[in-house]
Design a protein around this ligand. Structure first.
Ligand code: F0G
Length: 350
């Protein structure tokens, strides 16, 4: 039986006593071959989707949250705190509920996808919305923990990245080696850092023969790393990565440089195109920010960087149901008719 990442990868993670482990059985997510998408793009690579939307709260954050919350309990804390563009707050709220401790979350007002906000609320977190963005929220929570006995569970908490690196382990375990390329969205830049650490550790342990080139993608209107300076008022349809001054900026650049990869940006329309292709061609519904990885892959296909036969993994960081509004806005509206067979047949053109 799968018992969550802390039990499964115990030997490869910092120590934690079993009795403190708080788990919702996160991890063990599918690595889905994307055969129709590569056919459609007429590209000869082995493309896989690491579908992190199938974690317990619907995003990759659960891998880090199980560890951060378990460690908070181990150190005797009874409250956790985070700033969030949505998914971290949803995950923090759920794991705090499971642990029986309090969660405080600070989010940008009106900029959180509806599914994520309702998760934080239903799990009983204390939610504060600020008239500002994620970067300001992060500044505020960093200050709060200086004077209050609570644990910050943003990715600057070292156990978050330790947990998140297990996604790279799972990919290697499934493929039998590391892929040639790994594509991933970049927001606060923690996840690209975590994956790179995971791949490198597996290579050092000789569980794999190589590490992939890391390809990280920011949204064009929120691309501080690509532009080389913080962005004051970042804008993108991919609200999860609407971040202008990432906490793990330097570490992400290190991952890029050591892996001989790139950090580039994709436009909102490229993101939404990839988002629809995934849904229509692969039956995989991810949130817009997640589709930035596939949009980056498509951009690389157009640049003809692949020779053929490479193994490529794209991480889909969160589930599409997180953001129903964007899905509805990007789909044809259903037609309403009277409850009559003829009327239905007419609309269906049958
Ligand atoms: N994709 C999704 C769905 C996310 O929620 C995030 C980050 C990212 C990608 C980017 O990952 O920050 O490690 O580079 N969400 C954070 C949050 C910021 O508050 O939920 P990153």
């Amino acid at each position: 039986m799968w018992r969550g990442i802390l039990h499964h990868y115990k030997k490869l993670l910092p120590p934690i006593e079993d009795r403190y482990i708080v788990t919702l059985l996160e991890g063990n997510t599918p690595l889905i071959p994307a055969l129709r998408l590569v056919q459609y793009l007429k590209i000869d690579v082995k493309l896989y989707l690491k579908y992190e939307g199938l974690n317990p709260t619907g995003s990759f954050k659960d891998r880090g949250m199980t560890f951060a919350v378990s460690k908070a309990l181990e150190s005797g804390h009874r409250a956790i705190l985070c700033a969030s563009t949505g998914n971290t707050s949803a995950s923090a709220a759920a794991y705090a509920a499971k642990a029986g401790i309090e969660a405080f979350v600070v989010i940008p007002q009106g900029k959180i996808a509806r599914g994520k906000l309702c998760q934080a609320m239903i799990h009983g977190a204390k939610v504060v919305q600020i008239r500002g963005g994620f970067d300001e929220a992060l500044k505020i929570v960093r200050k709060i923990v200086e004077d209050h006995p609570m644990v910050l569970v943003n990715s600057i908490n070292p156990f978050r990245l330790e947990g998140q690196k297990t996604a790279a382990f799972e990919i290697c375990d499934a493929l039998g080696d590391a892929p040639d390329y790994h594509f991933i969205p970049v927001g606060n830049a923690g996840n690209i850092t975590a994956y790179w650490r995971g791949y490198q550790e597996y290579q050092k342990l000789k569980k794999v023969t190589r590490s992939p080139k890391m390809h990280g993608y920011e949204a064009e209107g929120a691309a501080p790393i690509v532009k080389g300076h913080p962005i004051i008022d970042p804008q993108t349809v991919a609200s999860a990565i609407r971040i202008g001054n990432p906490a793990s900026w330097k570490a992400a650049e290190t991952a890029r440089d050591e892996s001989k990869g790139v950090i580039d940006s994709v436009t909102d329309s490229e993101i939404l195109e990839a988002y629809r292709w995934l849904a229509n061609l692969e039956g995989v519904f991810c949130e817009p920010a997640s589709a930035a990885s596939v949009a980056g892959f498509v951009k690389c296909c157009k640049k003809k960087i692949f020779r053929g036969e490479e193994t490529v993994v794209c991480t889909l960081t969160g589930h599409g149901l997180k953001d129903p509004d964007t899905a509805i806005q990007n789909s044809p509206e259903p037609v309403t008719v009277d409850a009559e067979l003829e009327a239905v047949l007419k609309v269906l053109k049958l």
